[in-house]
Write a protein that binds this ligand. Structure first.
Ligand code: PLP
Ligand code: COI
Length: 361
């Protein structure tokens, strides 16, 4: 299997690209190329094609527009000290992409094909990978139903696309984010699609995100659908709590119950925090634990984590039950230590003892 390559003859000038990469934002600029792979029930997977980044044209009756059969991933390529580029745990994204696809009745792309497409695009557009710590090339693989028809059934055709955007931090780590604990809406229930990374989950979350913004909050915290008391995750990030201080601290995160997204950053932090000498737990965390823990001082720090957000401190939490502040509202020392360690591993300045980096160049 190999990727067919058609290079753009209208590539961005190096002057313009340098300007964009110097101040990338998030999702503001896209690189010169993308990768496409078609799938059909009768033919299986086609040959991946790297080609100029361009709009696509679809029939208005294409199924994805009507029934939302779509999945996506998010992963990053980081500049290394030798000027090369490495991906962070792309195999984990490949596996999760296949699991999400299975849940949405879409075809499971073979792991090797997923990795091949990602490596091909990074190799082609490597000049778009920013150089500063905390910056990266964010890769967005996605796949959707392309059969034309209005019958509600699993599609017999799908299109996989991969695009890339240079990215700074999604949030400024110096400012803790404020969160809105949503008690009105729920994100996911057992048996639903909470564990899958599908666009529909995000579509359904936007009204709560709007409610959060109206309360002056940056993000939504979701609680469980059944008992409405267990903390699950945020709109696009998992959550961590720190109990105690210094070497005796415990770092804990809500357990994967089948409704949360199994974050790759979340999983990496379980190892990083343990390597740093902290006790680590995956456990059920209730909103009472949160409120009482910050009130008594038992919970000293809270942070959110994800590919886009890396590690972002969480300051105050607002909800219909009141407002609770963590510590003095500033980023805590353990949060920043974990953030800096993870970024160090990703940028190749701290030894990669877990073999998480996949060198592309
Ligand atoms: N939870 C949700 C709902 C997300 O969208 C994300 C982002 O991908 C995460 C958690 C964090 O996952 P990861 O660390 O794999 O990026
Ligand atoms: C990511 O961290 O990759 C995400 O998908 C979060 C958000 C931008 C949707």
């Amino acid at each position: 299997m190999s990727v067919k390559i058609t290079k753009s003859n209208k590539a961005t000038s190096s002057e313009e690209r340098t300007k964009m990469v110097a101040n990338p934002g998030f999702g503001k600029y896209y690189t010169d190329h993308m990768v496409a792979v078609e799938w059909s029930e009768t033919e299986g997977w086609g040959v991946p094609e790297l080609k100029p980044y361009a709009p696509i044209s679809l029939d208005p009756a294409t199924m994805v527009f009507h029934y939302g059969q779509e999945v996506f991933e998010g992963l990053k390529a980081y500049r290394q000290p030798d000027g090369g580029v490495a991906l962070f745990r792309p195999e984990a994204n490949a596996r999760r992409f296949a699991r999400s696809a299975a849940r949405l009745a879409l075809p499971e792309m073979p792991e090797e094909m997923f990795l091949e497409t990602v490596e091909a695009l990074v190799k082609q557009d490597f000049e778009w990978v920013p150089g500063k710590i905390g910056e990266s090339l964010y890769l967005r693989p996605f796949m959707f139903a392309t059969e034309v028809g209005l019958g509600v059934r699993p599609t017999d055709k799908a299109l996989y696309l991969l695009i890339a955007t240079p990215a700074a931090s999604y949030f400024n780590p110096e400012n803790a984010v404020t969160v809105w604990i949503s008690t009105e809406y729920v994100r996911a229930a057992i048996g639903g699609t909470g564990e899958a990374k599908c666009g529909g989950n995000y579509a359904a979350s936007l009204v709560a995100q709007k409610a959060a913004a109206a309360q002056g909050c940056d993000q939504v915290v979701w609680i469980d659908a059944k008992e409405r008391r267990w903390v699950e995750e945020m709109g696009g990030m998992n959550l961590y709590f720190v109990k105690g201080e210094g070497a005796e601290a415990t770092v804990f995160t809500p357990k994967l119950t089948g409704t949360l997204l199994a974050g790759i950053t979340r999983d990496s932090i379980l190892s990083v925090a343990s390597d740093l000498g902290y006790k680590v737990e995956e456990t059920m965390v209730s909103i009472d634990d949160w409120r009482d823990g910050v009130a008594s001082g038992l919970i000293t720090e809270i942070f959110a984590c994800g590919t886009a957000a890396v590690v972002t401190p969480v300051g105050s939490a607002k909800s219909a039950m009141g407002t609770w502040m963590t510590g003095d509202g500033n980023p805590g020392p353990i949060t920043m230590q974990i953030r800096n360690t993870l970024l160090g591993i990703q940028h190749g300045t701290i030894p990669d003892t877990h073999n998480w980096l996949r060198k592309v160049l």
